[in-house]
Ligand binder design. Structure first.
Ligand SMILES: Cc1ncc(COP(=O)(O)O)c(C=O)c1O
Length: 401
């Protein structure tokens, strides 16, 4: 057996089979490239589902982490630490908001958003006890906790994990009429991904997000934008909502906020909304720890330059022009996305998303399929144009064009 086969067999024997990874075992990585245990190099066109927007082992981020490792890494929130205030104020400023509630994973941040919206509903809006309702979209992906899968429409994510948490209403993504009729007196929030990543990089119709913004404002309902995957430069702007001129009441952030080094997530909102919490009502041992804050502060500083957003917009334009040319070949049925983020639907005759991903892996390119026929392309924003072009050439070769 090769080293790769031995390590995969050992992982299969001793880990739960809740993932179906491509058969590659990564040993090291740098920028947009990963190297496996056999010494083969791969171009990373997934970027850890956008957690690696700044590339693998980004120098600035690694230096920030190392410096913090030499000072203090964890205090718990039982005590203050000297990176916390800066992290909260600078993240709030980046978002144009006032307050931050830090957590670790994306799912925890969405859970936090749900709790925040409910509490705001009872304490500020005046919704009767236990009646708060949150409207969400079909095909959403907000994470894997029992509450979050309660309002998933993906049967694989839900089956056999009930009973489910009540208090959510699901409407089709992009359907404004359905959204209008779902919002009622007891609605405390509308929770949406401005672009649905896991669903296959789905954009709502133009004008949908601004209309939801207007509706939620009129009806005194919080507009909660889950920008865990779409935010922090991925689409060519700091937030995907910006493309539609929308400012939500709450951003939910994660993934790239931790610079690909540590899990860092957060809910960011106004003082009126996040001000509802009292000590003991919510928290996390690791949330807002010094190491997380140090890395995230560097992420925020890097985003403030606008350099990564501009890079994503420019290279993303190139990516989408190249991918659009593929739709004319019959091999690809649709391409969607914004910035350096694309969902490419493969015509069934030319293989499933998984088969195309495996063939790309054999050619030294790593991507991830989603929903059967879609291949998702989301390289680190630091990728070079030549590398991106090389990756696209491998995709064309796999599709035979
Ligand atoms: C939009 C969105 N929300 C939430 C999550 C969950 O994040 P995590 O896997 O860190 O819990 C994801 C992960 O893919 C996501 O894309």
């Amino acid at each position: 057996m090769t080293t790769t086969e031995t390590l995969i067999a050992a992982a299969d024997a001793h880990s739960a089979h809740n993932y179906h990874p491509l058969p590659v075992v990564v040993a090291s990585a740098d920028g947009a490239w990963m190297t496996d245990v056999e010494g083969r190099r791969y171009l990373d066109l997934l970027a850890g589902y956008s957690a690696l927007n700044f590339g693998h082992r980004n120098r600035r981020l690694v230096e920030a982490a190392k410096a913090q490792l030499e000072r203090v890494t964890l205090t718990s929130r039982a005590f203050h630490h000297d990176r916390f205030a800066a992290f909260c104020s600078e993240l709030a400023e980046l978002c144009g908001m006032e307050m931050v509630l830090p957590m670790n994973t994306g799912a925890e941040a969405v859970e936090t958003a749900v709790k925040t919206a409910r509490k705001w509903g009872y304490k500020v809006k005046g919704v009767p006890a236990e009646m708060a309702k949150i409207v969400v979209a079909g095909n959403n992906f907000h994470g894997r906790t029992t509450t979050l899968i309660s309002f998933s429409t993906d049967s694989e994510a839900r089956a056999d994990f009930g009973p489910y948490t009540p208090g959510f209403e699901i409407v089709p993504y992009g359907d404004l009429t359905a959204m209008r009729s779902a919002v009622s007196e007891n609605t405390v929030a509308v929770l949406l991904e401005p672009i649905q990543g896991e669903a296959g990089v789905l954009l709502p119709p133009a004008g949908y997000l601004p209309a939801v913004r207007e509706l939620t404002r009129e009806r005194n309902v919080l507009f909660v934008a889950d920008e865990i995957q779409s935010g922090l430069g991925r689409t060519g702007r700091t937030f995907a909502c910006e493309h539609e001129g929308v400012v939500p009441d709450m951003y939910v952030l994660g993934k790239a906020l931790g610079g690909g080094i540590v899990p860092v997530s957060a809910v960011v909102s106004s003082a009126e909304v996040l001000g509802v919490f009292r000590p003991g009502e919510h928290g996390s041992t690791f949330g807002g720890n010094p190491l997380a804050c140090a890395v995230a502060l560097e992420v925020i500083a890097m985003l403030r330059t606008g350099e990564f957003q501009a890079r994503s917009a420019e290279l993303g334009g190139h990516l989408h022009r190249e991918l659009a040319a593929l739709t004319g070949t019959g091999r690809v049925t649709a391409v969607r996305g914004r910035g350096l983020w694309a969902g490419v639907d493969i015509a069934p005759r030319y293989g499933t998303g998984r088969e195309v991903s495996e063939k790309l892996m054999d050619r030294g390119v790593l991507v991830k399929d989603t929903h059967g026929s879609t291949v998702r392309i989301a390289p680190p924003l630091v990728i070079g144009k030549e590398d991106l072009d090389w990756g696209l050439a491998q995709l064309r070769a796999v599709l035979g064009v």
